[in-house]
Design a protein around this ligand. Sequence first.
Ligand code: NAP
Length: 288
Amino acid sequence: MTAQLIDGNALSRQLRTEVAQRAAALKARGTTPGLAVVLVGDNPASQVYVRNKVKACEDSGLHSVLEKYEAEMTEAALLARVQALNNDPSIHGILVQLPLPQHIDAQKVIEAISPAKDVDGFHIASAGALMTGMPGFWPCTPYGCMKMLESLNDGKGYDLKGKHAVVIGRSNIVGKPMALMLLAKNATVTICHSATSDLKAQTLQADVIVAAVGKRNVLTADMVKPGAVVIDVGMNRNDEGKLCGDVDFEGVKNVAGWITPVPGGVGPMTITMLLVNTLEAAERAAGT
Ligand code: NAP
């Protein structure tokens, strides 16, 4: 292996310690940061995700409320709950776990969340803020990837200025915001997707590659420039049922300069950035 491993677990521990310290300081001034997590229905994966988010809050000294509702909950009732949480001063961040049952318009629910409490960063106002460089909440997964880049070179960071970054995937929650964050740091950014005609021709030019597709082995060693930074957002299962990413880790680790593993890479960073956003929301609400 020639690549250095970017350890998402270690970086998460470090960032969560900082969150806990800032949360304690805010608490001492009378504000306990609070996150409301809303789950509708009984999707097993969603149940695991919300449990992990609530536990992470508790571990870092943040107040968290888990609201669970039957899959039959009406859209109007959910919108009313979101409105109540918008008005609740003990709640600084609101997260509605996706996917929602089919009869509920997820976008309508997201738009009902106050942008000041949109710690997932999915509100159209948050997307607009990211696009225009205004203050707002950044979606947690690409934000976590940026923190990973900042952690390289013993914390001095990876200088993106003038570098070529290739993002594979253009979803609203990962690919597009990722590209905007890299652009804001002066990288030259290419976004690839399912209609990209020659993915390898693009990735071979890249100093930084972020794979956010959801398909195994989208990126193999022959597609990577020696020394490139490779960040694997994908979450898939291999033939043995084990968690794996989009990147052929065994091959690419011999070519890349840095690489994130799956598991233990981007995954833990996503929840960590949710804590950071919630703390930030509470600090803003408290005027600090
Ligand atoms: P998504 O909405 O399904 O988007 C996937 C993107 O990949 C789409 O833009 C699609 O292109 C593109 N794509 C599909 N096949 C491709 C190919 N062969 N070559 C190039 N691009 C291709 O998925 P997502 O929500 O962004 O998530 C992506 C992956 O990240 C999933 O595995 C998800 O589970 C994982 N994820 C992980 C975390 C974490 O915390 N680790 C968080 C979020 C997501 P089109 O737009 O043309 O369809």
